[in-house]
Design a protein around this ligand. Structure first.
Ligand SMILES: Nc1ncnc2c1ncn2[C@@H]1O[C@H](COP(=O)(O)OP(=O)(O)OP(=O)(O)O)[C@@H](O)[C@H]1O
Length: 615
């Protein structure tokens, strides 16, 4: 079986993300990263943020008190005299140790509670910001080669948000305790501080190197992961389950999925080897430095520079400092790691999506336009040698039904995206009543359009919402039933156990689905319910039976007087209801006229019609 092809992907950002990533960059970035996380959390719940910070400080102070009181207790315990006397003398300091340790634990527990409350909400905020960003972009953004890839990275950023808050809390907790321990160690003997730092520096540098390897691997797998995700959906969704089986695709799809997954795993496994080597190297260097730290402590004690009591406290302080320092370095590295993904999310939301956001003029589109005019309009898709619409001029008038026909790929769907302002032309102008759509707020255009696209959505919502989606809520179902009736769906909807309330999603418990043609009738309902000034139907009846098709074209005719109506169709019989037929070839209009005229004109229309009759 043929192996899946390796998808191409953009690499420039991968390089730039690493150029400035060093251990020192990590240390420099931590304060701003913490500030960014704090800002995100602050915007969600100030009380929890204050509780978290308060608890962190309290647990740090408690740790310092524990160490200081331990040092105080050690002096009588390791000093001379009778054991009961020594213990009695140490009791007050030991009581302080117990109280401070309890305060530390309570503060830690409360901090964890605050984080648990903040985590899901921070993640939801990041997630909704991403969804809003996706909703805000121009339709054209989806044609950009790297848009989906960048979106995928941003999705990972959202997933990491949750973990990042936990990492930030753990980092801060370790950092505050470390400062406390460092303070105690420095007071005991200043030489201990640099020795301690040296002991954990190698593991810090190793952790960052490991994080970089993981991030690089994540990027290298991005296109494959993206493709795998899409294929997974196609393979497992109920909608294609019949095609997958009846066209004997199962074996190949299974093979394809496994092969691609293995390819991703191979890179991850290879990276794991590099990570372990880095880790071991860092651990070995750390071990040597740590031995040096303990040797220094022994030397200080043996040479009489510190007393045995102080030395014993130093052992506790060094252990506390080391444990926390290792945590600081670990969480610093994971925070840094997460910050790279968060950077992807932020870049996508603040820059990529913002640059591609719908930002046209603020003018209002003319209400119920009399004419839509295309003047010399050209539109090309990226990576395509020829324009999809090529220097096209056309005027559509209110009250007129225009049918657009032509062979596959001749530019029909692109044309309707241009005249509804979904795409802006590369050259030429599209205007509604003389107002250039470039200067108009697109929402005021789309408030007046009703579109049945070629590939329409089957919304996993109630039947009613499948009709009214995008329109203000209504308490009265009469208008809904009216359009349901128009497309011949009343009986079907009435038979659903919950009628208009029925959930149309068989994947959800209690939900049902409809047949292909019934779904298409519902998509037509959606457009008709809007009573739009510009009604655009792109192959609206491709899945319908003759009765459904008849009903839709009757409805189109009945509604035509008050609006501009455009219908794209391959069934040329349907064009009989049109006032004018436009024939497209290679992005241009090559013929125009009524059915009666074009059927005898000797052009493409006549040829296609004769082919449709030749059975
Ligand atoms: N998103 C896209 N990216 C790149 N090329 C595209 C895209 N959409 C359409 N095209 C190309 O633009 C040309 C016109 O496509 P369009 O969908 O407008 O044709 P159409 O006449 O509606 O075709 P059909 O009858 O098959 O629906 C085709 O060559 C098509 O391959």
């Amino acid at each position: 079986m043929p192996e899946p092809v390796e998808p191409r992907q953009k690499r420039a950002e991968l390089r730039s993300a690493f150029e400035d990533a060093s251990f020192w960059t990590l240390c420099r970035r931590i304060p701003s990263l913490l500030a960014q996380i704090a800002r995100m959390a602050w915007a969600i719940d100030r009380r929890d943020v204050l509780l978290l910070v308060g608890c962190q400080i309290a647990s740090g102070v408690a740790a310092a008190v524990v160490l200081a009181a331990t040092a105080r207790a050690m002096v009588p315990i390791l000093g001379g005299g009778l054991v009961p006397d020594r213990v009695r003398e140490a009791l007050p300091a030991l009581a302080v140790v117990a109280v401070a340790a309890a305060v530390g634990r309570i503060a830690f527990g409360l901090a964890a509670w605050a984080v648990a409350r903040l985590k899901p909400r921070v993640m939801t905020a990041a997630d909704t910001a991403l969804v809003q960003a996706m909703l805000s972009v121009e339709l054209e953004a989806f044609n950009r080669a790297d848009f989906s890839e960048q979106h995928e990275h941003a999705e990972t950023g959202v997933m990491r948000c949750e973990r990042m808050l936990y990492d930030a809390q753990s980092f801060m907790a370790a950092f505050i305790r470390l400062v406390a321990a460092f303070g105690v160690v420095t007071v005991l003997h200043p030489l201990m501080l640099p020795v301690l730092l040296l002991a954990v520096l190698p593991s810090g540098i190793g952790a960052v190197a490991e994080a970089k390897i993981e991030y690089r691997t994540h990027y290298q797998n991005a296109a494959n992961r993206n493709l795998k995700g899409m294929m997974r959906w196609h393979i497992t969704t109920s909608g294609y389950a019949n095609e997958v089986r009846a066209n004997s695709m199962r074996a190949y799809l299974g093979f394809w999925y496994e092969t691609l997954s293995r390819r991703i795993d191979q890179r991850t496994v290879a990276a794991a080897g590099r990570q372990v080597r880095t880790n071991l190297l860092a651990a070995a260097a750390g071990g040597v430095c740590l031995t040096g730290a303990w040797a220094t402590l022994v030397w200080l004690t043996v040479s009489g520079r510190v007393s045995l009591a102080v030395s014993a406290t130093a052992v506790v302080a060094v252990r506390t400092a080391l444990g926390n320092l290792a945590n600081v370095i670990h969480y610093c590295a994971t925070l840094f790691h997460s910050s790279l993904f968060l950077g992807d999310w932020k870049r996508f939301v603040d820059t990529t999506a913002a640059e591609l956001a719908l930002a046209r003029g603020g003018e209002k589109a003319p209400v119920c336009p009399e004419t839509i005019r295309l003047d010399n309009v050209t539109y090309s898709y990226p990576n395509r040698p020829r324009p999809a619409v090529d220097g096209l001029s056309l005027t559509l008038r209110r009250g007129e039904v225009v049918a657009v026909v032509g062979e596959n790929g001749s530019g029909k769907s692109s044309l309707i995206k241009l005249l509804t302002g979904l795409y802006l032309p590369e050259k030429g102008t599209v205007s509604w009543d003389g107002v250039d759509l470039r200067t108009v707020d697109p929402d005021t255009v789309w408030a007046q359009t009703g579109l049945v696209p070629q590939f329409f959505a089957c919304w996993p919502l109630a039947c009613r919402e499948n009709v009214t989606l995008g329109q203000p809520a209504t308490w009265d179902d009469e208008a809904v039933w009216e359009v349901v009736e128009t497309v011949g769906m009343r009986e079907v909807v009435e038979e659903l156990p919950e009628g208009l309330d029925m959930l149309l999603a068989r994947e959800v418990w209690g939900g049902v689905t409809l047949s292909g043609g019934q779904w298409q009738r519902l998509a037509c309902c959606r457009a008709l319910y809007r009573k739009p000034a510009v009604l655009v139907l792109d192959e609206p009846t491709s899945e319908m039976d003759a009765r459904g098709e008849h009903l839709i074209f009757q409805a189109l005719k009945a509604m035509a007087a008050d609006r501009i109506s455009i219908v794209v169709t391959h069934r040329l019989e349907n064009t009989k209801i049109a006032d004018r037929i436009i024939v497209m070839e290679d992005g241009r209009i090559t013929e125009q006229g009524t059915f009666e005229r074009l059927i005898k004109a000797g052009g493409l229309f006549q040829e296609l019609y004769e082919l449709s009759q030749d059975r």
